[in-house]
Unconditional design. Structure first.
Length: 396
């Protein structure tokens, strides 16, 4: 891996093996900015919210931060007041080790729900993390936060503002329990651009809507989801012009979109990445509901796995999506092959051609409702035997 393109000016990182995760694997990571950074974040909308989510959401409201500590192997969720105290203690320990306030430290966890975090292990790991900090270690963080992921997820973007170059670098984890409403899994994005917290938050919220909020693996929203963005200003650009903001926001969206697709591609047991595109819906809400219902349908997803253009399952999913639709108007395509016209199947030959397309690792399912002018899209994957095996054995 070319680590040079993943170095962001003014940021250092480290990762160590602590024993929180099964096997001799990296499982605790630290990211530090050498100076105060603007920060923005979005967090899970699940009503069951993990202790690190509660703490980090509070700290993000300050608009400034300097460090992120993350662990895998334990979610510190459903652990009550003791769990929240553990998250606070983690921030305190990092703050003391780095000479900053605990409020400048963001905490993230992922792993098994319902078990207390081993704070002895965490406390021993923090000095090791601070000693190992390095500007080229960000890819190690991507490895350390993995749980059922099969590969680390990293993406970057380079731009210019005020005649000064800047970089955006993002890392993420996630392969299961993916069906976000505000954020998803864990995602940390770093930049050296100079930007105020409110503008950074605006760019983040805009990007989340079209990326992480448009993916699904299994329809489950985690207790620990968060996306954090830190920008330390070391690029030295001035106030962003409207055009420069658009380029930055576009770069942020590209990085997040890249990471989102990686997450779906790495969906637990997944063999196919499928884009579900709804066109000509009655309203924007209908377009999203239709896309989300089809993308989350277990019957549709198993048909993807079986390379079966079973359009009856697709139409049935649309029918329960609580949208404005008339069955006789529905058209459906698998890539360029139309398999349904006016609510009726187009025959065995069309289905044979569609089945051939479904042998590919990526394809698009397009549904035209002919009800209005609104469009939306979800990215999903197939549902396989391996998904069941992974999740049946997760705690064993």
């Amino acid at each position: 891996m070319d680590t040079e393109k993943y170095i962001v000016q003014g940021f250092k990182a480290s990762a160590v093996v602590s024993g929180l995760k099964k096997g001799n694997a990296l499982d605790v990571a630290l990211i530090v900015s050498e100076r105060e950074a603007a920060v923005a974040g979005v967090f899970t909308t699940n009503k069951v919210r993990a202790a690190p989510v509660l703490l980090s959401e509070r700290h993000v409201k300050n608009g400034k931060a300097r460090a992120i500590i993350a662990n895998a192997g334990n979610a510190n969720a459903c652990t009550g007041s003791p769990g929240l105290n553990d998250a606070r203690t983690t921030a305190d320990l990092v703050g003391k080790a780095l000479g900053m306030s605990a409020e400048e430290v963001l905490v993230a966890s992922t792993g098994v729900i319902g078990q207390r975090l081993n704070m002895g292990v965490v406390a021993r790991a923090i000095p090791l993390l601070t000693e190992a900090l390095s500007p080229d270690a960000l890819p190690l963080v991507a490895k350390a936060i993995m749980t059922t992921d099969s590969f680390p997820k990293i993406s970057s973007f380079e731009g210019q503002a005020g005649g000064r170059p800047y970089r955006i670098m993002g890392i993420a984890k996630g392969a299961g329990m993916i069906m976000p409403h505000m954020a998803t899994m864990l995602c940390f994005i770093l930049s050296d651009i100079s930007i105020d917290p409110d503008t950074l938050k605006r760019a983040l919220l805009s990007s989340v809507r079209s990326t992480f909020n448009r993916i699904t693996v299994d329809g489950d929203t985690s207790t620990n989801d968060m996306v954090l963005v830190m920008a330390n200003g070391l690029a030295g650009n001035g106030v962003l012009s409207a055009g420069e903001y658009d380029i930055f926001a576009g770069g942020l969206r590209d990085v997040m979109g890249d990471l989102a697709r990686m997450i779906v591609r790495d969906g637990e047991g997944a063999t196919k990445l499928v884009s579900v595109y709804i066109k000509n819906a009655f309203s924007s809400s209908d377009a999203l509901k239709a896309a989300r219902t089809v993308a989350n349908s277990s019957l549709v997803k198993t048909a993807f796995y079986g390379q079966d253009p079973n359009w009856g399952r697709i139409v049935a999913a649309l029918g329960r999506a609580e949208i404005e639709m008339i069955e006789e108007r529905v058209d459906i395509w698998i890539d360029e092959v139309q398999i349904v016209a006016g609510g009726l199947g187009r025959g065995a030959e069309a289905e044979k051609r569609a089945a051939e397309i479904m042998t590919r690792k990526e394809f698009t399912l397009t549904i035209d409702l002919h009800q209005g002018a609104y469009h939306d899209r979800m990215v999903t994957c197939d549902l396989t035997h391996e998904y069941v095996t992974i999740n049946a054995d997760y705690r064993t």
